[in-house]
Design a protein around this ligand. Structure first.
Ligand SMILES: C[S@@+](CC[C@H](N)C(=O)[O-])C[C@H]1O[C@@H](n2cnc3c(N)ncnc32)[C@H](O)[C@@H]1O
Length: 287
């Protein structure tokens, strides 16, 4: 089967082609996921429909689209950027290389916050990226106001678009958290998934991540890898409303140090949660 063969390609043939083209980059399970994402998003054929349509011929025009997607995938572009969107908590997030791809750990952080059934509070999401945390909390918590801040104009534009497309009302602010003041007593909950990977670990990060995801969303360009946590905790300790909450996603390697910083700023009721891989990943504290 040739890569550029267009004639009479069935869905099953396309699946075999995908495997042939991507086997050096992805394992069988991953290729299976990629196949279903591609046919769902570009051919509008669901996993279940595939069972009855596997011998259907793909139209030439669609083959061209899929062929270009294979070229992107072979260039190591992450699937979520190739597809250009991801559905989380019934919200469709448009994604591009200016925003971090939403991670399952961050979805877990959202679920943890949602589990408190908070209502009528003001929430601030610092470093909103695609708008993931802000949009999910606004949608799932009753009568809350949510503000989302980021220092990247492209991130703010993407998050704004996601809010508009999903009819979710969020206030956005382009700002650098190191320079911004958090208004006194305005917020009852501050949440952040800040950059937390040291450039010392650069070599250990997957090429796909380094090449395509915004490096300033992942890596901390400072000798002090906890600089974001220190800054946010210090500002939150002064500005959070009484009994206000703070939630962070953290690197499991140094979450205990974030715990220490929270203690040093007199936060109480500190709790650490593991992610789905059993790594200490999320932390919550109260003013
Ligand atoms: C790890 S990403 C998190 C994105 C999103 N919240 C998520 O969980 O998928 C960190 C985000 O912080 C933003 N950021 C980096 N430095 C910042 C700063 N000094 N002030 C505000 N935002 C910053 C980046 O642009 C990026 O969108």
């Amino acid at each position: 089967m040739k890569f550029d063969s267009k004639k009479n390609m069935t869905l099953t043939c396309f699946k075999l082609l995908l495997k042939k083209e991507l086997f050096s980059l992805y394992n069988d399970d991953e290729i299976q996921v990629i196949f279903f994402e591609l046919i769902e998003n570009f051919l509008k054929i669901s996993k279940i429909e595939y069972l009855s349509k596997c011998d259907e011929i793909i139209l030439d025009n669609d083959i061209n689209i899929l062929k270009n997607k294979i070229i992107d995938l072979k260039a190591n572009k992450p699937l979520q950027y190739v597809v250009g969107k991801k559905k989380i908590f019934d919200i469709t997030f448009q994604l591009n290389e200016k925003v971090l791809i939403p991670r399952p750990e961050t979805e877990e952080l959202c679920s943890w916050i949602i589990s408190y059934n908070l209502s009528k509070i003001n929430i601030l999401d610092i470093g909103t990226g695609s708008g993931l945390i802000a949009l999910v909390l606004k949608k799932k918590l009753k009568n809350c106001k949510v503000e989302a801040w980021d220092s990247s104009i492209e991130a703010i534009e993407t998050a704004k678009l996601n809010a508009i497309n999903n009819k979710i009302d969020i206030s956005f602010l382009l700002c650098d958290i190191f320079k911004a003041e958090i208004p006194m007593n305005k917020f009852n909950l501050i949440v952040s998934n800040p950059p937390y990977v040291s450039y010392d670990d650069y070599e250990n990060i997957h090429e796909r991540v380094k090449k395509y995801e915004p490096n300033n969303a992942i890596f901390v360009n400072n000798k002090d890898v906890l600089i974001y946590y220190k800054c946010i905790i210090q500002k939150a300790s002064l500005s959070l409303a009484k009994n206000g909450l703070i939630f962070f996603e953290c690197n499991h390697i140094n979450i205990d140090m974030v715990n220490e910083i929270l203690i040093n700023h007199n936060f109480k009721n500190i709790e650490i949660r593991n992610d789905y891989r059993g790594l200490k990943r999320m932390i919550k504290a109260q003013k």
